[in-house]
Design a protein around this ligand. Structure first.
Ligand SMILES: [Fe+2]
Ligand SMILES: [Fe+2]
Length: 338
């Protein structure tokens, strides 16, 4: 058996990884490719997402490809994992197999830093796949192969970009387990706005729980409600022209609700109509859908605001409609005063 070993943090796995593995399978004439998620990489200091979550996302992505499988020996090992230890363990477990160690060009550049790099090359065949035509040179006996470029990285996905490069079911899992989602918002709004968004999301879930509603839906409506807040008028204008040109007569400060409701759909692939509606109406409080009332109130009653919001919070926890009527009245008084 010729086995390709494709190691990485897979945080998260995306279709670029799948494409590398497919090309390795074909170009090296392999029988199988095993995805080997790392537990903790000595050369990377970012904290990795939980092993179970990364494993699950890999399983979802490879479930329909019979010659791909998941190999968890690095995750099962205690402490920091070195490739040489994994190589020796695999050779002990499968003495008759021929292993091909698949690395990327970025790993080739720092291969000399790997523990016992020479010995790794003696024990297995190391193959470097490169997206660029410019291969890095190396003093090690490493075979270099060119692959078709897939322009996506896990770090882009962690910031909520290129989510369409995730395999079926993975994005649902990310939302289900709330992996990376706060990063999605953090990378698009200012730090203060991010703190506010998190705080509103928490308050939304509290209101939902106390009113017998879906806590997850409320959390996401709250988390994303100000996603378009950092956009300039110039940036929002094309969205407004397409989505709701009739609303351009409102002050631009109101527009981020309209635009944000479409951004969650098109960029973050959140298609739930109640979440979109809640974001759309959150500035003006013009919808009596329960999730729209929740977000409108939680936004005004954010405990981080510089006034005491405990009375309104109490009302919303008791009954969101009561709280909503109270908040609408408070808001009207505030605007009149202004
Ligand atoms: Fe807002
Ligand atoms: Fe807000």
């Amino acid at each position: 058996m010729k086995i390709g070993i494709f190691g990485g943090s897979f945080d998260p796995i995306h279709s670029g990884h799948i494409e590398v593995a497919r090309q390795a399978y074909a170009l090296l004439n392999l029988d199988e490719v095993w995805f080997l998620p790392s537990s903790k990489t000595p050369l990377k200091d970012r904290n990795l997402t939980d092993n179970e979550d990364r494993k699950h996302m890999i399983s979802l992505s490879i479930q329909n490809i019979p010659y791909f499988s998941l190999c968890t020996i690095e995750m099962e090992r205690e402490g920091i994992s070195y490739t040489i230890d994994t190589v020796l363990e695999l050779k002990r477990l499968y003495p008759d197999y021929d292993f091909y160690w698949i690395i990327g060009n970025d790993q080739l550049k720092q291969f000399h830093l790997w523990k016992e790099a020479n010995r790794i090359c003696e024990e297995v065949k190391v193959v470097c796949f490169n997206r660029d035509y410019q291969m890095s040179s190396t003093k090690y006996p490493i075979q270099c192969l060119h692959m078709k470029d897939v322009c996506v990285s896990s770090s882009e996905i962690r910031k909520g970009n290129k989510l369409n490069y995730l395999c079926d079911g993975v994005l649902d899992y990310i939302y289900e387990k709330r992996l990376y989602v706060e990063e999605f918002v953090k990378s698009r709004v200012k730090p203060k706005r991010f703190e506010h968004s998190l705080s509103v999301a928490k308050l939304c879930s509290q209101f939902a729980i106390n009113n017998g509603l879906d806590e997850k839906k409320a959390y996401y409506a709250g988390l994303f409600h100000d996603i378009a807040k950092s956009m300039t008028v110039k940036e929002m204008e094309p969205w407004m022209d397409i989505l709701c040109p009739e609303n351009k007569s409102y002050a631009p400060a109101v527009w981020h609700g309209f635009v944000g409701s479409e951004i969650v759909d098109r960029i973050f692939e959140i298609h739930d109509p109640q979440i979109k509606n809640a974001i759309y109406h959150h500035v003006l409080g013009t919808s009596e859908d329960p999730y729209a009332m929740i977000v409108f109130c939680a936004d005004k009653l954010d405990p981080l605001r510089d006034y005491d919001t405990s009375y309104g919070i109490g009302l919303c926890n008791e009954n969101i409609y009561k709280g909503f009527l109270y908040e609408c009245e408070e808001n009207r008084k505030y605007l009149e005063g202004k």
